[in-house]
Design a protein around this ligand. Structure first.
Ligand SMILES: NC(=O)c1ccc[n+]([C@@H]2O[C@H](COP(=O)([O-])OP(=O)(O)OC[C@H]3O[C@@H](n4cnc5c(N)ncnc54)[C@H](OP(=O)(O)O)[C@@H]3O)[C@@H](O)[C@H]2O)c1
Length: 300
């Protein structure tokens, strides 16, 4: 087999993966794509055991549910103990859990078309409990951070299993962390709440920080920044029963390729990053948004 055949380039055969938020949405698709393509174990974390079990039911024995709350260090420790009893190493850790948080956005225009006054803006944003605001950062940023810290020993163990280098033969990929960010981390105009946008900007910096911190330990850190994909979190942007993946689902002004992200889009990107084809990627945040970030409409 040529080393340039896609079956070699994009192979995830035998990989051990830990993935948070595997009970739904993008995480479920990523877990399934890894399992379908030969990953040996995909441990999925999330708070809802039923949702995790539903993902795992398609690939029993390969996708393994591990109930956990990423905002609790004790819960992450327990998940680590459960997983380290079942594997000696983890090749890829995907910190994908996230919440949208409160709708901390500018209030709409007044009935007469006048923009909200500063007093109206203050009242509107002040009414949101600061605990709700901070919770977004707890899950999306701090949760991802502690998830990564928790699994460092198993990532290091994956690197120790790599074969000795052979001259003129590419070595297998180093262990990798992937964090799910968002185009909200780059744009001031994504109409999620302020706390969500802030959290994803922090996630982008976390990717950069950790890829630098861990560079001398051979652990790569990358990010994925989706635009609009149908999921529990994003469903209000889609018509009832429509996943929005066919051309013409959105206007060119909203998403230049006129559709939302599909299972294939996120699965393909996951396989690329996790396999030998992505082995030279480090400190990178991959946009997968059909060009949406480039044409974001006016703020809120
Ligand atoms: N869909 C999009 O258009 C889009 C765009 C940009 C970025 N993203 C990002 O993609 C990631 C996945 O979101 P999604 O769209 O797939 O939405 P989703 O279906 O709502 O998935 C979010 C996942 O996060 C998990 N989660 C939330 N809080 C958690 C906690 N405290 N501990 C452990 N897990 C927790 C949830 O599981 P439990 O509730 O069971 O805990 C759920 O499975 C998120 O980081 C999101 O910000 C999505």
């Amino acid at each position: 087999m040529s080393h340039l055949q896609s079956s070699h380039l994009f192979s995830v055969n035998g990989l051990v993966v830990v993935l948070t938020g595997g009970g739904s949405g993008l995480g479920r698709t990523m877990a399934t794509a890894l399992a379908v393509n030969g990953a040996s174990k995909v441990f999925i974390l999330g708070r809802r055991e039923d949702a995790l079990k539903e993902t795992a039911a398609q690939h029993p024995g390969t996708i393994i549910p591990v109930p956990a709350d990423v905002t609790s260090k004790a819960s992450l420790e327990a998940a680590y103990a459960t997983i380290s009893a079942q594997t000696d190493y983890v090749n890829v850790l995907i910190a994908n859990s996230g919440i949208e948080g409160p709708a901390a956005r500018m209030p709409p225009a007044n009935a007469d078309g006048s923009p909200p006054t500063l007093a109206q803006i203050r009242d509107h944003l002040w009414a949101i409990p600061s605990e709700d605001f901070t919770k977004t950062l707890d899950v999306n940023v701090t949760g991802a951070y502690y998830t990564i810290l928790a699994f460092l020993p198993l990532l290091e163990a994956a690197n120790k299993r790599r074969p000795a280098p052979q001259k003129n033969v590419m070595s297998p990929p180093l262990a990798q962390v992937i964090i799910t960010s968002s185009i909200a981390g780059f744009s001031r105009k994504v109409p999620a709440g302020i706390s969500y946008n802030m959290s994803k900007a922090a996630v982008n910096h976390l990717v950069k920080l950790l890829s630098t911190f861990f560079s001398e330990y051979g652990i790569r850190v990358n990010g994925i920044a989706p635009g609009l994909y149908h999921s529990d979190m994003s469903s209000r942007n889609f018509a009832e029963g429509d996943k929005g993946v066919s051309d013409g689902s959105f206007s060119h002004d909203a998403i230049p390729i006129t559709r939302g992200g599909s299972d294939e889009d996120i699965a393909g990107l996951t396989l690329f990053l996790a396999s030998a084809s992505g082995g030279y990627i480090n400190g990178n945040i991959m946009l997968t948004d059909g060009g949406r970030l480039a044409v974001m409409p006016a703020a809120y």
